[in-house]
Design a protein around this ligand. Structure first.
Ligand SMILES: [Zn+2]
Length: 282
């Protein structure tokens, strides 16, 4: 059985503030913790019957996991020039997807640790077919298009509650109690990793009973950005319609195409934050 792990950083054991992920010396500590949480999920998955695992590093520059410390049985998608964003490498050959170290959506819980939606610098809200989504739900629909069911999540308790509103069937490992967007009551990482290991094992053992979550097309995305300059520049793509000063809409025939389109708009919006050519030295 083959499993895909989408790994993020905000929900990793020990993470409580943004500074920990940005200050260079602190960041090096949390890269190790991220790798250890992913290793716990890998070990649990193999204990549950997995025979092959691909991990996609999906936080920030998407090269956080320390490859030389990763469980040797897994392969790692690392680096950031990816058309499929956090899901690069996923296809119809997988039997389930695990979300390790993920986080609540922007504007969801008032306490979810470092809550945001894909890119905190520019995205205020993501809607799919009129329904507000976080990253885990959105990625689950993409996985559903490949016939791959969601089986496991790990992160803070507010994130877990948010995901379980729409995906109550997933196994969840709670790595900390959310106190504020920048505060948490932490478990020792080894304790949290034991929970991740056990829940990932259970998730993989039950994967055959889980169903992919499929959204039939057409798929309409609405994205509210943080700045009007970000929204406006995405209208350089002909399919994008401006529906408010900071909000856009577009429709695609299927979820995978819509996901790539969404990611393209977010890349443009990030680039437009301070003017699209403001930082180019060409
Ligand atoms: Zn992240």
């Amino acid at each position: 059985m083959k499993f895909f792990i989408s790994a993020d950083m905000e929900g990793i054991s020990g993470v409580a503030t943004n500074q920990q992920l940005k200050t260079p010396s602190e960041y090096q500590r949390f890269r190790k913790l991220m790798t250890a949480d992913v290793n716990a999920a890998i070990e649990g998955a193999f204990n549950g019957g997995a025979t092959e695992i691909v991990v996609a590093d999906g936080h920030g520059n998407m090269s956080n996991i320390i490859i030389e410390e990763l469980d040797k049985r897994a392969r790692l998608v690392s680096g950031n020039n990816r058309v499929m964003c956090q899901l690069e490498g996923l296809d119809e050959t997988f039997d389930g997807i695990l979300f390790v170290g993920h986080h609540g959506r922007e504007g969801g819980s008032d306490v979810a640790v470092i809550s945001h939606s894909l890119a905190g610098i520019c995205v205020n809200e993501l809607k799919i077919n009129g329904h507000v989504v976080g990253e885990t739900e959105m990625n689950t629909y993409v996985a559903g298009s490949f016939g791959v069911p969601p089986v496991f999540i790990s992160g803070d308790d507010a994130y877990v509650r948010e995901v379980q509103e729409t995906l109550p069937q997933v196994e969840a490992a709670v790595t900390k109690r959310a106190v504020d967007r920048f505060a948490a009551e932490l478990l020792h990482p080894e304790v949290a990793q034991e929970i991740i290991r056990e829940k990932a094992e259970t998730a993989v053992k039950n994967a055959a009973n889980q169903k992919p979550v499929v959204l039939e097309g057409p798929i309409t995305f609405e994205i509210q950005f943080k700045g009007s300059q970000q929204a406006k520049m995405t209208t350089t793509i002909p399919s994008v319609e401006l529906i408010g000063p900071k909000s856009i809409r577009f429709t695609c025939d299927d979820m995978i195409t819509a996901y790539k389109h969404m990611w393209g708009c977010v890349i443009i919006a990030i680039t437009a934050t301070n003017g699209v050519l403001g930082s180019v030295n060409a």
